[in-house]
Design a protein around this ligand. Structure first.
Ligand code: PRP
Ligand code: ZN
Length: 300
């Protein structure tokens, strides 16, 4: 086996809303890559991990065909591909799907301002422009509606103005593209965010170990985003109450305080953000010397 086959290939979006986030996430996992403009391949300098920068629409196929070991793309694209390939679940296509908490958007139906929409039946015999033909087809079939799906690979928002469609079905993030084209959202078909998918093909021990380590680091990176380390002093008698006020913690560490019997130091990792209200409630329960610190890395 040549050494390039021992390297992990991760497909990410070449240029678009997921690109910077995807690279940032992998860098937080410890990966060092140099990225130059128009480059389609980024060599991992400190790990046997390389990035392939491709069109997001191509990512599910690259992973399904085992050309890439992992891929980061929107759930919308994975779902479209899954339906297109006629798979009822991810079995046979990808493995290990987990959400990455960025790239939030939705696939929605929209129509020109003032258009009437009283549920799916409104779409009967209408023309709907989209690049998500399979998701739309599935939605129409589920709702027993027959409509004409007009395929456009881009600039779907312009089609009603051109007289090519009555409604569109496209991604909405901020909603500014719809607004700029005089369209209003009438129904959401799918809520989406970036996810990571893994090939179904067996990887061999050393590669699988590396993938597992990378996924574990990724999980750690996602967890620390919201996590805080909290330290405080509290009356020993109020420990139960204090613990119940700490958001998303397991058993805290309780330490003696020099020179006093009835007060202790409490240290805990909170898996959720700690708001001012929480600190005020802790103080009201008898806590003092409260300190909240960001968590940089976490390994469960
Ligand atoms: C999507 C979609 C819209 C736009 C909506 O395209 O096709 O044009 O984003 O975003 P907004 O609600 O914030 O205005 P995207 O940039 O994801 O590119 P792609 O669909 O060509 O991959
Ligand atoms: Zn795309």
């Amino acid at each position: 086996m040549d050494s390039s086959e021992q390297r992990i290939k991760i497909a990410i979006q070449k240029s678009g809303r997921l690109t910077d986030h995807s690279i940032d996430l992998l860098q937080r996992c410890g990966l060092k890559v140099t990225r130059s403009k128009d480059q389609l391949f980024c060599y991992g300098e400190n790990m046997p991990v390389d990035l392939l920068l491709v069109r997001d629409d191509d990512i599910p196929q690259l992973v399904a065909d085992d050309i890439c070991d992992l891929g980061i793309c929107g759930l919308n694209i994975v779902e479209e591909k899954r339906l297109k390939m006629g798979a009822k679940s991810d079995a046979g296509l990808f493995k290990q799907v987990f959400e990455l908490d960025f790239g939030h958007c939705r696939l929605s139906l929209a129509g020109p301002e003032g258009s009437e929409f009283k549920g799916p039946a409104t779409l009967q015999n209408k023309r709907i422009a989209t690049s998500y033909t399979s998701i739309l087809e599935d939605y129409l079939a589920t709702n027993n509606v027959s409509a004409e799906i007009v395929y456009f690979s881009g600039a779907v928002e312009i089609t009603p103005k051109l007289g090519k469609a009555d409604f569109i079905c496209d991604l909405v993030s901020t909603g500014s593209t719809l607004a700029a084209n005089g369209l209003v959202e009438v129904e959401t078909l799918l809520n989406s965010e970036a996810i990571i998918i893994q090939t179904q093909a067996p990887l061999g021990k050393s590669k699988q170990d590396l993938v597992d380590r990378l996924l574990q680091r990724l999980d750690g990176v996602l967890q620390v985003r919201e996590s805080k380390y909290i330290m405080l002093h509290a009356p020993r008698a109020a420990l139960a109450k204090i613990q119940s006020l700490l958001p998303g913690t397991e058993a805290p560490t309780v330490l003696p305080l020099e020179g006093t019997e009835d007060r202790v130091a409490v240290h805990a990792v909170c898996r959720e953000n700690v708001f001012w209200e929480t600190l005020e409630n802790l103080k009201a329960a008898g806590a003092s010397s409260l300190l909240v610190l960001p968590v940089e890395k976490m390994l469960a």
